[in-house]
Design a protein around this ligand. Structure first.
Ligand code: NQM
Length: 371
């Protein structure tokens, strides 16, 4: 039983992200009221999100809204919402494959989908993009088992594996229609295999691509160049004005150093990811398979098979991606993630403001919130 203003909520790690998971029926149906509530739940706007569940970084300020699906092709619907950290903003303009990893286990535990034995597959309609994903995870004896031996880069310890498969996507792999574009004076490849991403040779921006995320974030000239590229790439990729959006992501490419296919540093789009997003990596991997793209001469793709190992600041992410040549079509994408329930209970949101909440002045480096 929850009291007035209180909300049932599950806090989960999904892949390398962390978020608050809700049943859609527990949140206001009207988007403005829902977003206002979520800002108060997460503690935004505030660089540290001290008064809420958020962790003071876009990767830990995420929300999943889950419900039974009316679509016969899906078991559940998943809406991803990025809650800005230091701005009063909530956006549904991007998807999140890391938070997606927790959706299947959450749906079983909250009674939306019956558990199989020893594993369960949940068909998930991702409302942000309209695309489908199938998540398979262990449910021995008909119960979700969060413990396991799978390890993913960027997360300490081990947990149960969540295998996520994405069937063929509906949209074009190359949203500008070109395998290379010159955007704001820089040659790039714009790609979308579940996440719009601009691939940029790191060298073209005067960096090696092996720097630590903090070092890259501190580079004001680089930030300016990335912003110019993003604002120009958005309309070319059919995304319209992306000034306030968290897409497209920008991935710097450099030759692999640890046996993978490529080294990456990904801007999401202002903060530099400490690893890489799942769908972001799926787009990078598919983009490297596009003949003539900017990854040529940088990436070392395996001679055969679907596996592409994407190196990132804290390790690597393996993506299986099958791209048909000719008119480029991504047939299948698959990744292994882990997810873990951290807390389940009642969240007590900060009371609704009677006047607009001003962004907190802070001595900290300015974090452009949803970014
Ligand atoms: O690309 C961060 C994350 C993500 C997105 C971001 C993600 C994905 O790591 O599928 O998971 O790019 O904003 O959670």
């Amino acid at each position: 039983m929850t009291g007035p203003g209180e909300v049932r909520c599950t806090l989960m790690r999904g892949g390398t992200s962390k978020g608050a998971y809700f049943l859609a029926g527990d949140l206001p149906a009207e988007p403005d009221a829902r977003d206002d509530l979520l800002l108060r739940v997460m503690g935004s706007p505030d660089p540290r999100q001290t008064d809420g569940l958020g962790g003071g970084h876009p990767l830990t300020s995420k929300v999943a809204v889950v419900s039974r699906s009316a679509d016969p092709a899906a078991d559940v619907d998943y809406l991803f919402l990025q809650v800005a950290v230091d701005r009063p903003e909530v956006t549904d303009r991007q998807n999140c494959g890391n938070i997606l990893a927790g959706v299947g286990p959450f749906a079983v535990e909250r009674g939306l989908v019956p558990a199989g034995d020893p594993e369960t597959s949940v068909r998930i309609r991702m409302l942000n993009t309209g695309e489908l994903a199938v998540a398979t995870f262990p449910t021995p004896g008909g119960r979700v088992d969060h413990a396991g031996t799978a390890r993913i880069s960027g997360v300490p310890g081990t947990a149960a594996p969540v295998v996520i498969e994405f069937p063929q996507g509906a949209g074009p792999l190359l949203p500008t229609g070109n395998v290379r574009d010159v955007v704001a004076g820089t040659e790039v490849t714009c790609v979308d295999n579940g996440m719009p991403v601009v691939l940029i040779p790191a060298e073209a921006l005067g960096v090696t691509g092996y720097e630590e995320p903090g070092e890259l974030e501190a580079d004001a000239a680089l930030a300016r160049r990335l912003r110019e590229i993003r604002l120009a790439a958005g309309p070319l990729m059919g995304l319209g004005d992306v000034e306030a959006a968290t897409v497209p992501k920008l991935t710097l490419l450099a030759p692999p150093r640890d046996g993978g296919a490529v080294t990456t540093r990904t801007f999401i789009p202002v903060r530099c990811h400490t690893s890489i997003g799942v769908l972001g990596a799926a787009s990078v991997a598919a983009g490297l398979r596009a003949p003539g793209g900017v990854g040529e001469g940088i990436a070392a793709l395996p001679a055969s098979g679907d596996l592409v190992r994407v190196e990132h600041p804290t390790g690597f992410l393996d993506v299986e991606v099958r791209v048909d040549p000719g008119p480029l079509v991504v047939r299948r994408t698959a990744v292994v993630r882990t997810a873990r329930k951290i807390f389940d209970g009642t969240v007590f949101p900060r009371p609704a403001a009677t006047a607009p909440v001003p962004a907190q002045p802070s001595g900290d480096r300015h974090d452009s919130a949803a970014r």
